[in-house]
Design a protein around this ligand. Structure first.
Ligand code: PLP
Length: 466
């Protein structure tokens, strides 16, 4: 079957019934209840080009969430990345990360150029793993430099840092962790900073109150027990939450006051998503650790980075005769050269095509369109975002801010999907609050793409709520 497309691109599909049968029989999809697949076919994606993907039925979709989970920042079908990976693989596909590699060193250098104040890159293969590296570094610093004190790590309500038991222990989304305990001890939650859902209705300065709430936790636990705080610069899956003005300044002051290392989880925001290279760069943050994964190579290869300062690195450069004095960690696939080879080309594309500027411009358009939808649809209680990373929170009552039932939020997503537009929603994260539509189109989005996404949401809201 040949399908002619608006984009002048022609996707060719063959009969995929054998693939669908193999999938139904043997594949275990992520985050999905499989009972319905006893009677209906699972969705199988076959091909992608630019902003669009085609499924096994030949249906075209405009992808408003960059591969479902805000990953494919430079869009689908990038031959230059595929060629860079191919060239590297035939030269040297792998060697353990105890040795260096040409693309590994080159990408580390290019990355550090974008991150003043940081100097060292540690490779791994997923966002969860990159975050665990920080947790291990903090624990080792505690053992070697604080006599076992300062081992606790703070995390924030609504933030997410990964899927392993320990990153779930640092997770502020109870539904993600439910049924997977017991958890790793030593992780302590601080309150969220979503002003729309203010926990402090009587204060004048919400940002200050939300930041001071962190200090309250530090004083309760004891500052000498806490080594680090792990925060998303803008909370992603917990509802797309850009922090209120002034929040980060105060958080930083508090951390410096109590000698607490700042770990910024840029797994979603990193590498252009918000219109700067990194989300923290909007807020004047000076992090001690930055972790990143998804957009680093836009999903063309698995790569994650834990980036830190020379001061942290120096703490692990110790007596060479001491067999325990260095960071005794390995990630087998952190030695795959495809990751940094893809990441180098991914970064070059963002620069050559001026995609940070496009992200800011198209992000502003997306926010304007969402605000116009908010004027039109009472069910939109709040819209939030930065760059091409936006959310619209749905409420059944604007005065009480009662969240819509999550089934209705999911019905909006399904309606958009039926129209051929993929959007996301906070998904089994926060009990009662899985009500925020999430948008994260690729950084190459055009004005037409943005309008098509918000037109589909407009239509879906009319059909779902009128
Ligand atoms: C903010 C954040 N950190 C960490 C992760 C975990 O990344 P991965 O799924 O690559 O382990 C995610 C995944 O969605 C995330 O959104």
């Amino acid at each position: 079957m040949n399908i002619n497309l608006r984009t002048n691109y022609t996707a060719t599909t063959n009969d995929l019934s054998a693939v669908i049968q193999a999938d139904r029989k043997h594949l275990w999809h992520h985050l999905v209840q499989h009972k319905p697949f006893e009677t209906i076919d699972p969705k199988i994606m076959v091909e992608g080009k630019g902003m669009r993907v085609w499924d096994a039925t030949g249906k075209e979709h405009l992808d408003g969430v960059s591969g479902g989970v805000w990953t494919v920042n430079v869009g689908y079908g990038r031959e230059s990345i595929a060629n860079a990976v191919r060239d590297q693989l035939v030269k040297l596909n792998y060697f353990s990360g105890s040795a260096g590699s040409i693309p590994g060193a080159q990408f580390a250098q290019r990355l550090i150029e974008k991150m003043p104040g940081l100097s060292r890159v540690y490779y791994a293969n997923s966002g969860s793993e990159a975050n665990e590296k920080v947790f291990k570094m903090v624990r080792q610093i505690s053992h070697r430099h604080h006599g076992g004190k300062k081992s606790k790590i703070l995390f924030r309500e609504r933030d997410y840092h990964g899927t392993t038991i320990t990153t779930l222990s640092a997770g502020g989304q109870p539904e993600r962790g439910a049924q997977y305990g017991p958890y790793t001890p030593g992780f302590v939650q601080v309150p969220h900073c979503l002003e729309y859902r203010s926990q402090y209705p009587d204060v004048d300065d919400y940002a200050l109150a939300a930041a001071n709430a962190i200090e309250d936790v530090i004083l309760r636990e004891g500052p000498d027990t806490i080594g680090a705080i792990c925060l998303e610069p803008i909370t992603a899956g917990g509802g797309v939450i850009p922090p209120p003005q002034g929040y980060w300044d105060r958080v930083q002051d508090i951390c410096r006051k109590y000698d607490i290392l700042i770990h910024i989880d840029e797994v979603v925001c990193g590498v252009g998503r918000t219109g700067t290279w990194f989300g923290y760069q909007h807020y004047g943050i000076k992090p001690d650790f930055v972790t990143m994964a998804k957009g680093v190579a836009s999903g063309y290869a698995a790569i994650a980075c834990t980036v830190t300062t020379e001061a942290v690195f120096e703490m692990f450069k110790d007596n060479p005769d001491d067999p325990m004095g260095y960071f005794r960690d390995i990630s087998t696939f952190g030695g795959c050269t495809a990751g940094p080879a893809a990441a180098l080309e991914n970064m070059a594309i963002i620069e050559n095509e001026n995609l940070l500027a496009n992200t800011s411009a198209m992000g502003a358009r997306l926010m304007d369109n969402l605000r116009a939808l908010q004027d039109k649809h009472r069910v939109i209680g709040d819209v939030r975002g930065k760059g091409l990373f936006c959310g619209a929170e749905l409420v059944s009552d604007r005065t009480t801010k009662e969240p819509v039932n999550e089934k209705l939020a999911q019905a909006v997503v399904a309606n958009c999907m039926a129209q051929g537009v993929i959007i996301g929603v906070t998904n089994r994260s926060l009990p009662g609050f899985n009500n925020t539509l999430c948008l994260s189109p690729a950084l190459i989005a055009t004005a037409d793409d943005i309008d098509q996404i918000t037109d589909a949401i407009d239509h879906a809201l009319i059909q779902t709520f009128n």
